[in-house]
Design a protein around this ligand. Structure first.
Ligand SMILES: [Zn+2]
Length: 129
């Protein structure tokens, strides 16, 4: 018999508060809207620098947006009572894993499988290219 430490109601409430505070923190991140606007500069070198800054800002915004989506999804799972169990195999996600990644959607096993599948398809793509 496998003993997995599952999370109880108090834990869920604590994690919801943690997720909400992370969401607030990233929600008011350092990225300013102006950084995403394309500037037209007279000097081509300035133009390149400006484009690079913009690319970095877009990348940061992109990963921030993804994280916000993950956290929102985790909060929704708290609402519908599915939080803390794996999306794929429905086993409870370990407490330690939720401590490290409160927005985790998959158990370690499913996560590892998904990552190795992603790697395999990348290898196939590389070979095909
Ligand atoms: Zn799983």
């Amino acid at each position: 018999m496998q003993t997995v430490m599952t999370i109880n109601g108090t834990e869920v409430a604590r994690r919801r508060a943690a997720l909400e505070s992370i969401l607030r923190e990233i929600g008011i991140g350092p990225i300013q809207r102006e950084e995403l606007e394309i500037e037209h500069l007279a000097d081509p070198l300035d133009q390149i620098q400006s484009n690079t800054d913009r690319d970095i800002a877009v990348l940061q915004l992109d990963s921030k947006t993804r994280r916000i989506q993950e956290i929102r999804a985790a909060l929704e799972r708290i609402e519908d009572g599915t939080y803390g169990s794996c999306d794929e195999c429905e086993v409870p996600i370990g407490k330690k894993r939720l401590d490290a990644l409160p927005w985790a959607r998959l158990c370690v096993t499913c996560q590892a499988r998904q990552e190795s599948e992603a790697r395999t398809s990348r290898i196939i793509l590389d070979t095909a290219a």
